[in-house]
Design a protein around this ligand. Sequence first.
Ligand SMILES: Nc1ncnc2c1ncn2[C@@H]1O[C@H](COP(=O)(O)OP(=O)(O)OP(=O)(O)O)[C@@H](O)[C@H]1O
Length: 250
Amino acid sequence: MSAGDAALSVRDLQVHRGEAHVLEGVSFEVRPRRVTALLGRNGAGKTTTLMTILGLLEGSGSIRLYGEEILGVPTHHLVRRGIGYVPEDREVFGTLTVAENLRLAARTPEATQRLDLVHELFPDLLRRSAQRAGALSGGQQQMVAIARAILNPNRLLLIDEPSKGLAPIVVGQVVEALAKAASATTILLVDQNIRVAQRLATDAIVLDHGAVVFTGSMEDLAADADLTQRYLGVAPSSRDSNTIGKGSAR
Ligand SMILES: Nc1ncnc2c1ncn2[C@@H]1O[C@H](COP(=O)(O)OP(=O)(O)OP(=O)(O)O)[C@@H](O)[C@H]1O
């Protein structure tokens, strides 16, 4: 795939945070209509990468959205250009109903028309329209957050740790919701849970200490026990350990 065909093309991205040189020349591509997993141990630079794509951190290099340079473009412009974001902490409005949460997220008249699509994908949310979002379970709140993001016709959705802090049974529901979202858009997914990544992603990028150490298919990554052990601290097929290790690879 040439860089021009990519939904997102990141080239030689360098980011400093305080004294630290956090991203040291990160390059990767996200293919359209795919789920790409961005993996790596704690502190590898995943959130920094997402924040820089979103225009929340400064960096040098290049970030192209469907061929257009977006590095340095203010966040509110990026949102208008079709980048959606589901943050780690979900950020639903707890005192508002599910329906109100969705209505507030709609940026354009087109988004209002997409409510039907959202309700088709998430019938549970239609049933819970009148309930206060704050009274929903963590998994249901995550569904509201995902539904809000796909309500707008985003060209790229960045999703940060959607399974974090959720019980295994709820993670299953969130994976289902994300699979539905994936049918409607292109996704770059950060998750500490490699099983979640394996169930959703076709492509994978692994970061270690601010540098890319693997890009390729999720299948190839999962089959490489040495790589997953070295950079993720986990064997993907192991039954008792499915969360990326908290230690450092070095
Ligand atoms: N505000 C900050 N100021 C300085 N350094 C920071 C700041 N935030 C993060 N860092 C450093 O940047 C590096 C990358 O952090 P980042 O949060 O991007 O990693 P991550 O892969 O998302 O890990 P996690 O899974 O823990 O969120 C870490 O070494 C971290 O200590």
